[in-house]
Design a protein around this ligand. Sequence first.
Ligand SMILES: *Cc1c(COP(=O)(O)O)cnc(C)c1O
Length: 466
Amino acid sequence: MRYISTRGSAPTLDFRDVTLAGLAKDGGLYLPESWPSFSAAQIAAMQGLSYVETAVAVMLPFVEGTLSEDDLRTLCTQAYGRFAHAAVVPLAQLDERNWLLELFYGPTLAFKDVALQLLGLLFERFLTGSTQQVTVVGATSGDTGSAAIDALAGRAGVDVFMLHPKGRVSDVQRRQMTTVIAPNIHNIALEDASFDDAQALVKAMFNDPAFSGKFALSAVNSINWARLMAQIVYYFYAAVRLGAPERPVAFSVPTGNFGDVFAGYVAAKMGLPVAKLIVATNVNDILHRALSAGDYSQGTVVPTPSPSMDIQVSSNFERLLFDLGGRDGHALADQMRGFETSKAMRLTNAQREGAAALFASDRIDLDDMALAMRWACEASGQVIDPHTAIGLAAARRADLPADVPIVTLATAHPAKFRDAVERATGQRPVLPARMGDLFEREERYASLPGTFEAVTAYIAERASAR
Ligand SMILES: *Cc1c(COP(=O)(O)O)cnc(C)c1O
């Protein structure tokens, strides 16, 4: 499989290089040259497969030419062996039609582990025995950072610099990052910054050829294709359990950077019968405005109890616009340059119509989020986190035929956001025993002003030039 950039003028790469690269040299994002596709019979054959075997079947076409089927199986067995549930990502039923897909049994309690545990092993495999060294620079609204740090701590050939907006992540999220004391892990708290500011700084570093070349920058946020690839798997796994390929299934996805829900789009492109993908946002609703009215214009980030969705620029939306716009890299590069200059753009008719065929969207405010948390408790005794609650609120309001099951992606363990959960439901979720001493561990991080100069100087002092 070869990978091409959404902006049409970067070299095509194989799976190994696309995994280590992150952003394309032309500022675009990598996508497979074409979508692999499964017949109904091939999807039916996934019934009864374990999570690991489903993962091997779904991902094999994407790694072709770089990894053998046995290699892929070994990596998946190791990555998903660390999950604290035998099903890896179990389904829980809420009422006749509403289901939760619980994606939070990994080491850091959010769905980011599903992709990053695999990505850490891919990095190790691709870098061990090579002289290549990389510097991972990432921005996090909380969950990517902890998942990436867990997956990469102590691994040879990789230095990690993780930027988070100071004071805008939960205490559990921060401690999961800052208490990992390893020589290759560097946490940076950006003063007076939002997640978008942090993400913009990271983009600027990638777009500075002198800096990004000198330190061989690499990305582990959801601009990295391998992460999205690993997330396609659970759409197949869940849908097959609920009756696919005979019965179409809808998914409601709490969305920030459009990575998780884009993986659902890819699953549909590969032949999975997806009735609808519901893009659920909090009050930071750029995606809801884009999908419902064609208006992709950047607002000001409002901090909410669902910080991993407090985003006003959704990096991966570019991948959808590219695919829906006939994969015309030069046209998309113009459209994105327009957005970068004016902070606003209109979707084209082709993009709007293409999106409307598969996507619905909704914006969930604080009251509706809290109501969904209470409803889940009352309906089935489930305590859910604020992000999941946004997905569930949108699922319950969605206009879909009554016989279509709706799977809400449960993206984080409620204990990760226990203050918000307690405020809404009166119940204080407890951290699973395996992280019981999180609040006793020593923290280590640097506080820096959110400027390009301050952050690049800090990295340059600590990363080895490559
Ligand atoms: C990252 C995250 C999201 C948003 O996922 P995207 O891929 O950025 O759309 C939602 N919920 C939780 C808990 C997250 O960590």
